[in-house]
Design a binder for this molecule. Sequence first.
Ligand SMILES: NC(=O)CC[C@H](N)C(=O)O
Length: 246
Amino acid sequence: MSTDSALRIVWVYPDLLSTYGDRGNLLILAQRARLRGIPVQSEEIRTDEPIPSDADVYLLAGGEDAPQTLAAERMLADGGLRRAVEHGAIVFAVCAGYQLVGSSFAARGRQYAGLDLYDLSSDRGPSRAVGELAGPVDPALTLPLLTGFENHGGRTHLGPGVRPLATVSVGVGNDGHTEGAWTKGFIGTYAHGPALSRNPALADLVLRWATGRDSLEPLDDTWHDKLRNERLAALAARGKDLRHVA
Ligand SMILES: NC(=O)CC[C@H](N)C(=O)O
């Protein structure tokens, strides 16, 4: 992002990929930037539009199998997201969006080619993972506990080019042990909720990457904290052991 221009945030294919309130990720990211005085330009690029390759941040959301395969096909043919990533754009991808930035993913009984932007691939798990997802984030990122809601049939396998975003205390995530993936400029997660509302520190990490700033002024996170605490208390009430979770 250059200093005199707005931060350009693109939500890719809201008409295909948009489940469980994932549009909230766009709203939260844009609002947390604006509250810091960072001008923002949000764009929703639908399936029949070319994906711009010169934006700063790209958001991909969840989707059912059929829309996910269509989205992958269109994105591969379009090429805009690949060009953007090659220019250093940041990608925040949730669930179906997370799976389709890997080399391949499973849907409707077979494997489909993904965009192969990051070192991960997905196949089908033995059961659907549905419910709360929580766990400590990779200490290298110094973020608080990840909390979210998951609903997916896929399981994701990480290569050496990415690191797990979190380890799983509650839920399934990638495989019951790790959840999501990251490398500088990329975060993938199975967390809906939306993820950036339940994890505002993750939104700020994306903003720090996008602006090149080492730190951002703190915001009033009262309502995010209430939501986080309510969700974590619900897990504790169900006897989930979160003691080892920061
Ligand atoms: N919630 C989602 O995005 C689901 C992703 C994918 N269709 C799966 O079931 O694994």
